[in-house]
Every structure is written in C-alpha cells, then in structure tokens.
Design a binder for this molecule. Structure first.
Ligand SMILES: NC(=O)c1ccc[n+]([C@@H]2O[C@H](COP(=O)([O-])OP(=O)(O)OC[C@H]3O[C@@H](n4cnc5c(N)ncnc54)[C@H](OP(=O)(O)O)[C@@H]3O)[C@@H](O)[C@H]2O)c1
Length: 417
C-alpha cells in the first residue's frame, strides 16, 4: 500500500486519471489539490463512484496566487501528516497574456515560480517522511516533449533583470511569437527546475525527483482552442487521429510516482517518457541551458524571498534595506557580490525561514552570505553560513544525519541585528 499521495491539478485530464490509478492502490491518504471547489468536489465524487475508494480529500490551491499556495502549505504543515508522493501536474496552455498584481504572465508563473514554491514548501515534510519511515518519497513534475521545441536566448539569460520577471513581463510577451510558444517555455521551465533541485540533493537518494512527459493526450489543456467552433472541430480530429487518452497518458505520471521500486535512484533527476529516462533537449544540456537553469533557480528564490518578506511584515520599516532600496532590489543587488555594500533586509532571513521550513534561529552572522540547507523539521535542523569575506562555509549547528541536507544555494545577504 502507498501511504500519502498529493496530486496538483487533479480534477480533470491527466491529473484526474492518475488520481484514479492511485485510488486503486488504496493509499492511506489521497489528496486532490484543485483551484475550484466545485470542480474539485465533482472530481472527488466521480473518483469515489468510479473506483470505490472513499478516502479522497479535496484541498484547494490556486497556483496563480502565492497567497493561496502559502495557505495550502501552511495547512499541510499544520496537518502534520506525511507526504510520500507529490505530483505537480497543474498547468495552463495559453496564448493570451494574463497577469496578476506582480505582472508575471500567469502560465509562466505557474511553471517557473509556483510549481517550485509548492515543492520547496513541502520538501521538509517529504524529508521528514523519509527519515521517520525509512522511505524515499517522490516528487513528479509533469513536463512535456514540447520543451524540445524552444530555448532561451542568450541575451535573456545574460540580462541582469530577474529572468522570470523578464520573460513574464507584458513588454516581453508582446514581442512577436512569444505567447505563441509560451506553453513550450513553461514546460522547459519544469525540466530546468527538476534539474536544479536534483543538483542540490544528496548523492544517496533521500527524495526522487523527476520530470515526466505524458505524451500527447486528449484533455482540456487546449481549452482556449476548443472554445471556438472551428478550433474544437479541428482538435477533435487531431485528437482522434493522434492523441492518447488521458488514462493512457496518466500511466506515465504513475510510473514516475511508483515505478522502479527496487532501483528508484535510476530515475533521479531524469526526464521520463514511456517508463524510461530519455534525453532532455539539447538546449537543456548546453552551457546556455545550464546557465538558464541557475538563473531560474535563483530568481525563483529571490521572488519567493521577497514575497515572504512582504507578506510576513508588510508595514515594518525595518523590512527595507538600509540604503532605502526596497527588499526586492536589495536582494537582487547582491547576486554575485561577495561583499555587499548594502545589507539585505532582516526580512530576507525571515522570509527564507518561512518559505523553506523553520529557520528562525539560523543566522548568527552579520552581513553574511547565506547558504541554506533544508533539513527535516525537528532536532536535525541545520544550516550553514558562509562569511561575506570568504567562500568557506561555517557550520552553525550540527545535524545528526548529513545525508538529510539539501543545498538550496546562496539566496541573499543578511543584515542581522
Ligand atoms: N494533454 C497533453 O497532451 C499534455 C502533453 C504533455 C504534457 N501535458 C501536461 O500534463 C499536465 C496536465 O495537463 P492536462 O493535459 O491534463 O490538462 P488539463 O485537462 O487542462 O488539466 C490541467 C489541470 O491543471 C489545473 N490548473 C490549471 N491552472 C491551475 C491553477 N492556477 N491552480 C491550480 N490548478 C490549476 C486545472 O484545473 P481547472 O480544471 O480548474 O482549470 C486542471 O486540473 C500539464 O502539466 C500539462 O502541461 C499535457
């Protein structure tokens, strides 16, 4: 029996079909995370009727809204349960520019920011599960073969502006062909995230992380095209001729979640299709791809850090950098700068702590450069701090098991009072 499974975007398409497969395995807990209560409840009812599994739970989360993710993850932490399988399946395919207050185009935000943010918030719970139950949890990020069809231009990778904000800005999205290929970029962002996270995991697997390609399937993903009569007609023919059913495609998600039980390490960090690791795109493995991977990772952390800073202490004057720069600028100004002249805000520390676990007592160095390691909650918590004047890490507290560490990377400089 599998213990706890959580599927994001579970009310329809591949997510729902994967959930049905999981239900037939009779898991201790099966959580359908959906953005709409009505559609989510309908899916839970359908699941019960079609599989006989009666314990499915509906949790609400809207991945276009970081507040919603925060509430979702806070609730999961407070719930105190284990998490063995997390399937990050929710996505949008759109050619229309839509953005919330942060101005980041919504489908890119879901892939490049929200999907990593959910994973990083739930990572400590998965690591605790691994430790307490001697298991190897799995994180499955649903990507696609369309990531082969795009890349990211050198000038974007080299641009000092946050890469997610740049690619998600209205100005950039208004450029020719950008929104027409936006979905491909979102799926590339999924692959880059999986590789960036895997690079920070310990060699002996504590957690298996994969990107999976379900294949071309007849789901609601192309709902924009389906909304016009002619589009719906053309798609129905294309689907009939070429597409897998959602159930067939969902088998790929299930394989990533439970396949290779005797050698799960074979799957680590891989791009999976048809039950096996396949090469990701040439761009992904190129030098530029590697640089893009790092840019997405650190720029995602910066946005999350600033979000946490602003959402935890919105009116605190100390949340501003000493030079008068806002927290966002303060954090971004430190990338690659070993001796920052402007210390980042106090709230950077708080925000990271709130974003990635319980870190409240972590920083004891003034103007130090943080290297965060997420460890499971409890007495094993640990963190390191690198001095601003040198690259050597100094251990602040000792873990019992170093294998629990995950190197998150340098996030921000810290001004500690
Ligand atoms: N279908 C394909 O041919 C294909 C091929 C390769 C990869 N994929 C990938 O497979 C995954 C599933 O896609 P699908 O084909 O099953 O599409 P789908 O039928 O449109 O399902 C997408 C799911 O994501 C949810 N979702 C969208 N935006 C969300 C948000 N802001 N917050 C929370 N949930 C949100 C949707 O909820 P609502 O119903 O409320 O919108 C729905 O449950 C996606 O990652 C997609 O990129 C699909």
């Amino acid at each position: 029996m599998i213990p706890t499974v959580l599927v994001l975007g579970a009310n329809t398409g591949l997510g729902f079909e994967a959930t049905k497969h999981f239900a037939t395995m009779n898991p201790a807990r099966l959580i359908l995370a959906c953005r709409s209560e009505t559609r989510g409840q309908a899916a839970v009812d359908k699941l019960k009727a079609q599989t006989g599994y009666q314990h499915a739970e509906l949790w609400l989360v809207d991945l276009s809204d970081l507040d919603s993710i925060k509430r979702f993850a806070d609730k999961f932490e407070a719930d105190g349960g284990r998490l063995d399988i997390l399937v990050e399946n929710a996505a949008v395919s759109t050619e229309m520019f839509r953005a919330g207050e942060d101005g980041i185009e919504s489908s890119l935000k879901i892939a490049a920011l929200s999907t990593p943010y959910v994973a990083l918030r739930l990572l400590p719970i998965m690591l605790r599960t691994a430790r307490e139950h001697s298991s190897i949890p799995r994180l499955v990020v649903v990507s696609s073969e369309v990531h082969y069809w795009t890349d990211i231009k050198k000038e974007v990778i080299d641009d000092p502006m946050n890469i997610i904000k740049k690619l998600g800005s209205k100005d950039y999205c208004n450029l020719k062909n950008v929104m027409g290929t936006r979905y491909w970029l979102t799926k590339l962002a999924n692959v880059l995230f999986v590789r960036a996270l895997t690079a920070r995991l310990p060699a002996s697997p504590t957690l298996i992380v994969t990107a999976v390609n379900p294949g071309f399937c007849s789901t609601e993903l192309m709902r924009e095209a389906q909304s016009s009569g002619i589009g719906a007609f053309v798609l129905s023919i294309v689907y009939a001729l070429l597409a897998l059913t959602p159930e067939q495609g969902s088998r790929n998600l299930v394989f990533a979640a439970v396949g290779e039980p005797d050698q799960p390490g074979k799957l680590q960090g891989q791009f999976l299709f048809n039950k096996q690791p396949v090469e990701p795109s040439d761009f992904v493995v190129s030098e530029d791809g590697k640089r893009a991977e790092e840019r997405f990772w650190y720029d995602m952390l910066d946005i999350v850090a600033v979000y946490r800073a602003e959402s935890s202490r919105p009116n605190d004057p100390q949340s501003e950098c000493a030079s008068g720069l806002g927290p966002s600028r303060a954090i971004e100004s430190h990338r690659g700068d070993p001796s920052p002249s402007c210390p980042a805000s106090l709230t950077s520390r708080r925000s990271i702590s709130a974003a990635f676990g319980e870190w409240d007592d972590c920083v004891r160095e003034e103007s130090s450069v943080e290297v965060f390691r997420v460890a499971p909650e409890g007495p094993n918590r640990t963190r390191t701090s690198a001095s601003a004047n040198g690259p050597k890490c100094r251990l602040i507290t000792s873990p019992r098991r170093a294998s629990d560490w995950i190197h998150i990377g340098r996030v921000a400089s810290i001004y500690y009072t």
